[in-house]
Design a protein around this ligand. Structure first.
Ligand SMILES: NC(=O)c1ccc[n+]([C@@H]2O[C@H](COP(=O)([O-])OP(=O)(O)OC[C@H]3O[C@@H](n4cnc5c(N)ncnc54)[C@H](OP(=O)(O)O)[C@@H]3O)[C@@H](O)[C@H]2O)c1
Length: 239
């Protein structure tokens, strides 16, 4: 098997796979032989991404990870279409940066429901299929904001810190089913995240492809080993 076939025969779901980091992961996995299901809220963007990736090893569906019924349906569709499930990438996430005293209830709920509860719904739906396929990977895209507090990050930092602990617990619960759970914590990445503000001054930041490369490494590591928590940051940030 060549390097570019390392995920050959594997089936992956990438939430938020229609843009940014999720699209880069879907594209990288596809290029390395995986069958990929992508889901995000905007069906037109999902369809564009699906077409861009291109062949019979790609499927896409509108998905709001805040809705457990939609999550169950998309997981079932991937299993039916591709014959099982090996890898779940919980990437869908939203920001919204307001001081806690000024944060709206809707924004708070949107961030916690997407970045934390959505991951729970996806794991809960996927784990029986991963077990049935003899194990696999769950990779949660967290953030350095899950350990570095900053003003305006009340909901976002809390959602990612909770996601980190959720991932640690899940890792212990499913490791003997041969399901390896990992969380990747990027620093600044040039994407459309938070209305494009994440891309401002993009030259020193990491790219979505940089994150995808690390996620590919995480799921390609030998069976004895689990890269359970990965921090990544720009090597030379602005001074
Ligand atoms: N960019 C950074 O600097 C950075 C750094 C660290 C961590 N991260 C994390 O990386 C992940 C991806 O972010 P990104 O930078 O690639 O941003 P992005 O380009 O805005 O992508 C976010 C993706 O998530 C989808 N999404 C949002 N809410 C969703 C929901 N409720 N259900 C399903 N899909 C949903 C979006 O599509 P729809 O809007 O159509 O649903 C989109 O496909 C996030 O978890 C983010 O917290 C980003």
């Amino acid at each position: 098997m060549t390097d570019t076939e390392q995920l050959s025969g594997k089936v992956a779901i990438v939430t938020g796979g229609s843009s940014g980091i999720g699209l880069a992961i879907a594209s990288t996995f596809h290029a390395h032989g995986a069958s990929v299901m992508i889901g995000a809220r905007d069906g037109a963007r999902v369809e564009r991404a699906r077409k861009a990736l291109g062949d019979e090893r790609v499927d896409g569906a509108p998905l709001d990870v805040r809705d457990p019924a939609q999550v169950e349906a998309v997981v079932a569709r991937a299993v039916e279409r591709f014959g099982g499930l090996d890898i779940l990438i919980n990437n869908a996430g939203v920001g919204g940066f307001e001081k806690i005293a000024d944060q709206s209830l809707d924004e708070w709920r949107g961030i916690i429901d997407t970045n934390l509860s959505g991951v729970f719904y996806c794991c809960r739906a996927a784990i029986p299929h991963l077990r049935e396929h003899g194990g696999g990977f769950i990779v949660n895209i967290s953030s350095l904001a899950g350990k570095n507090a900053f003003k305006g990050g009340g909901a976002y930092c809390a959602s990612k810190a909770a996601l980190n602990m959720f991932s640690e617990v899940l890792m212990q619960e499913v490791r003997h089913d041969d399901i390896r759970v990992s969380y990747v914590m990027p620093g600044s990445v040039t994407t459309a995240f938070d209305g494009g503000r994440a891309s401002a001054g993009a030259d020193w930041k990491m790219t979505a492809e940089d994150v995808a490369e690390v996620v590919l490494d995480v799921v390609s590591i030998n069976r004895r080993t689990l890269a359970s928590r990965v921090e990544m940051r720009p090597s030379k940030p602005n001074k």
